[in-house]
Ligand binder design. Structure first.
Ligand SMILES: [Zn+2]
Length: 227
């Protein structure tokens, strides 16, 4: 079946789980090889009945669905609805209201709003995946004055008044895949930093920080201090 061109076709298309699967694999792994979201290995087996993959390596969460590691992971909404919503949002160039999404998908407006919000963010990043390593380093840097490489006293000064007016970039490094994501943050207040960590890093990961107070309040699981 060819790619859908109307909402009705999109609904039909993504009702078929195989189409959802093919679509997700193409988006996540352009070479077509499904990889374990925990260890990155491509030695995985498809369990057809359960619609899950199984990694041959011995580690927790060896069985995984295609939602694991993506913005869809922590929601009970099925891929059929998620992908139809993505199709709708991507194809309505003049924008679409959550009311229209709700009506099109047969979900509540609250659900539609949540989906819309997530999808918009993913489209901005051009990525559906979250950091999938178990160990992530978080660091914030001021462009124009690399705070991270400075002596403690100087750094304290910069993060005090000296940082005012400078662009702040937060870096997230996945120790496992060595993937780096640089994000602009409006300030180094806790909310901005923690929002990024929660959005990009999978729950259960260890986050290594420089003990900066801005990260305090992340769940214990998400945060492990010190290098
Ligand atoms: Zn694995």
């Amino acid at each position: 079946m060819k790619a859908p061109s109307t909402l009705q076709q999109a609904i039909q298309y993504f009702k078929d789980f195989e189409n959802c699967q093919r679509f997700m694999i193409e988006m996540r792994w352009p070479d077509g090889k499904v990889r374990c979201p925990t260890c990155g290995a491509d030695k995985v087996k498809y369990l057809e009945k359960a619609r899950l993959w199984k990694c041959y390596a011995k580690h927790p969460r060896a069985k995984f669905s295609l939602k694991v590691g993506t913005i869809f992971e922590d929601s009970p909404i099925g891929l059929d609805k998620w992908l139809t919503a993505m199709w709708l949002i991507a194809n309505c160039k003049n924008g679409i209201s959550s009311y229209e999404i709700a009506r099109g998908l047969g979900v509540t407006q609250k659900t539609a709003w949540f989906m819309d919000h997530r999808i918009q963010l993913a489209m901005q990043d051009r990525s559906l995946t979250q950091f999938d390593g178990n160990e992530v380093e978080a660091d914030e840097t001021f462009i124009g004055g690399l705070a991270r490489n400075m002596h403690k006293d100087k750094k304290a000064k910069i993060t005090g008044t000296g940082g005012a007016g400078k662009a702040i970039v937060m870096g997230l490094l996945d120790r496992h895949s060595a993937k780096v994501r640089l994000l602009h943050v409006p300030n180094t207040q806790g909310d901005a930093l923690k929002t990024h960590v929660r959005r990009y890093v999978r729950g259960g990961s260890y986050v290594f920080t420089d003990a900066w107070a801005g990260y305090h309040g992340l769940d214990q699981k998400l945060r492990s201090q010190g290098h």
